[in-house]
Design a protein around this ligand. Structure first.
Ligand code: HEM
Length: 151
């Protein structure tokens, strides 16, 4: 089932042209890394502020800048990540580490959503717990991304 989807993606003209090009893969992967820097950089600075680092800076100003960068980085990693999948669908989609990576990204997004939802509702969030979870989950996503090539 999943292998049929992968085969269909592999037969598209976009996939074929990505496969035929020497430079498209490394260029896309470089933009993927740039997106990761923005996403994880922004998220980590905000998480560290939640944990009490840089208390002299207001939480709002740290959030405004870093979460904006983080959201833009996320858009970039998703777009470039999809291109990387399309370039190599049969190897990537069926790869167990890639599947784990997708589950970790989902968990990280649920954690972000839960933090902001509880804040908005005034339910009293547990900022430090969300921050630690965020640091751990995004770090695990980076490890999973790097390990795809070796598993
Ligand atoms: C929907 C989102 C994403 C998709 C579809 C995706 C997909 C991919 C694919 C297909 C690769 C190439 C694997 C290979 O050929 O070795 C890759 C590499 C990688 N990804 Fe993602 N990715 C996504 C989001 C992320 C995020 C959010 C992070 C980190 C926070 C991340 C971190 C990495 C890393 C570190 C690599 C290895 C880069 C390298 O070896 O040069 N990815 N990703």
């Amino acid at each position: 089932m999943l292998s049929d989807v992968a085969a269909e993606i592999g037969a598209t003209s976009l996939s074929r042209s990505l496969q035929a090009s020497t430079w498209m893969y490394p260029i896309t992967e470089s933009f993927h890394l740039l997106g990761i820097a923005l996403l994880v950089g922004g998220a980590f600075i905000f998480d560290l502020r939640l944990l009490g680092v840089g208390r002299s800076l207001s939480l709002d100003s740290v959030a405004n800048l870093n979460l904006m960068l983080s959201r833009r980085g996320f858009v970039l990693v998703v777009l470039t990540g999809l291109l990387l999948v399309i370039a190599n669908p049969e190897e990537i989609i069926l790869n167990r580490t890639f599947q784990i990576k997708m589950a970790l990204i989902l968990a990280a997004l649920v954690n972000v959503g839960a933090y902001h939802w509880r804040e908005r509702k005034g339910l009293g969030s547990w900022p430090k717990a969300h921050a630690l979870l965020s640091l751990g989950l995004w770090t695990s996503v980076i490890f999973a991304g790097r390990f795809i090539a070796y598993t």
